[in-house]
Design a protein around this ligand. Structure first.
Ligand SMILES: Nc1ncnc2c1ncn2[C@@H]1O[C@H](COP(=O)(O)OP(=O)(O)O)[C@@H](O)[C@H]1O
Ligand SMILES: [Mg+2]
Length: 316
C-alpha cells in the first residue's frame, strides 16, 4: 500500500480583487497529522475547499493520493473524509440515525453502514450516546459526531477545517483528544487552525499560511530548533515580588544573560546570549542561588510562537 498524500500545485484562488490563495505548492505524504496554521483570512478554508472540489481554482490543481481533484473528483475524494463548515445535525436524530443519513448520501450500503457506525462512534468516544437524541448534546459532542461522519468511509485522508473553533474550552480539549487518537490509524490528517498552541499540541508538522502565501512547511521540532538559534529565553517565576533595581543588580553578576524584561510582578523573562543546554543548566543554579526567591524556571514561548507572532500576527 502506498502512503496517503495530498498535494497542491500552484493552487490559486482569486475572489474579485482578493487573492485568497496565492500559488500554493505543498506536498504532504505519510500517516501523520499536519497543522494548517494561519490567522483568520489567511486562506485556509479556501485551500481546503479546493482540495474537496467545493470551489474551483483560479489556477493550479489539487491532488489526493496523486489523483487530481479537479479532473477526477470521484476517484480523488473516495479516499477522503472531510469536515468543513460544521453542518448542523437535526436535533431529533440520534447519532446512529444522523450517520445513516450522511452515509447514504455518500453512497454507502445499509450493510456497510451497520458495520461502520458503531466503530466510528467508538473512535470519537460517543458509543454510549449512539441512540440518544442529538438535541441535548453539547457543541463538542456534536462536533465529535461530525468527525465520526467524516470517518464513515474509512478514509486514508482526513481534512478538518478548524475542528475546535466555536467550542468551549472543555469541548476543544475533547475534540483535540479525539484527533490525537485518530493519528493511531494509517491516516493523513490535515487540520486547519488559527491557534498555534493547538497545532503544536496535536500535530507532528505545520504548514504556515499567511495572506494566501505558504511561509513554510516543516516538522514542529525542526521549526522550533531552526528558529531558536540565538533566541533562547527563560521565564523565571518568583515566590515574592522583587523590584527591578534589586533584580537588575543581582542579574548583572551573572554571565550569559543578554537582557531581561519584566512580565508581571512575579515573573521576568531572561534573554540568553549563549543558548546551549549547558549554559541553561548553569544559569538555573546561579539564579536559584541569588536568594531572590526564584521558584520556577521555564523555557519561554516556543520558537514557533516567536515566528508566528513576528511574521504573522504583526500585520501592517
Ligand atoms: N466566497 C468568497 N467571496 C469573496 N471573498 C472570499 C470568499 N471566501 C473567502 N474570501 C476571502 O478570501 C480570504 C481567505 O479566506 P478564508 O479562506 O476563509 O481564510 P481562513 O479560512 O484562513 O480564515 C479572505 O480575505 C476572505 O475574505
Ligand atoms: Mg476558515
Amino acid at each position: 500500500m502506498t502512503s496517503p498524500s495530498i498535494r497542491a500545485e500552484g493552487l490559486t484562488k482569486r475572489f474579485g480583487p482578493t487573492l485568497a490563495l496565492d500559488r500554493l505548492d505543498l506536498k504532504i505524504e505519510g500517516s501523520k497529522c499536519v497543522g494548517f496554521l494561519g490567522p483568520n483570512g489567511a486562506g485556509k478554508t479556501t485551500a481546503l475547499k479546493m482540495f474537496t472540489d467545493m470551489i474551483f481554482p483560479t489556477a493550479g490543481e489539487a491532488f489526493l493520493n496523486e489523483v487530481s481533484v479537479q479532473k477526477d473528483r470521484k476517484r480523488a475524494l473516495a479516499a477522503c473524509g472531510v469536515l468543513i463548515e460544521t453542518p448542523e445535525i437535526y436535533p431529533s436524530l440520534t447519532p446512529t440515525e444522523a450517520l445513516q443519513m450522511v452515509g447514504k448520501l455518500r453512497g454507502l450500503s445499509d450493510a456497510a453502514l451497520a458495520d461502520r457506525i458503531p466503530g466510528v462512534l467508538a473512535e470519537v468516544k460517543m458509543g454510549e450516546w449512539a441512540n440518544k437524541k442529538v438535541g441535548k448534546f453539547s457543541k463538542g459532542m456534536k462536533q465529535r459526531i461530525n468527525i465520526a461522519a467524516a470517518l464513515l468511509p474509512d478514509p486514508e485522508i482526513l481534512l478538518l477545517d478548524e475542528p475546535t473553533t466555536g467550542l468551549d474550552p472543555r469541548g476543544m480539549a475533547e475534540v483535540r483528544d479525539i484527533i490525537r487518537g485518530l493519528k493511531r490509524g494509517q491516516r493523513l490528517i490535515f487540520m486547519s487552525s488559527h491557534l498555534l498552541a493547538e497545532v503544536s499540541d496535536v500535530c507532528d508538522e505545520v504548514a504556515l499560511l499567511n495572506r494566501g502565501k505558504l511561509l513554510f512547511y516543516d516538522t514542529i521540532s525542526n521549526v522550533s530548533t531552526q528558529f531558536a538559534r540565538g533566541q533562547r529565553a527563560i521565564d523565571v517565576g518568583f515566590s515574592r515580588p522583587i523590584d527591578d533595581a534589586t533584580l537588575g543588580t543581582k542579574l548583572a553578576q551573572l554571565t550569559g544573560i543578554a537582557s531581561w524584561e519584566r512580565m508581571d510582578p512575579l515573573r521576568v523573562r531572561l534573554k540568553l546570549s549563549g543558548g546551549t543546554d549547558g549554559s541553561i543548566e548553569r544559569l538555573f543554579s546561579e539564579v536559584a542561588g541569588l536568594g531572590v526567591g526564584a521558584v520556577r524556571f521555564q523555557e519561554s514561548a516556543s520558537a514557533l510562537e516567536e515566528v508566528y507572532m513576528t511574521q504573522v500576527e504583526r500585520g501592517d
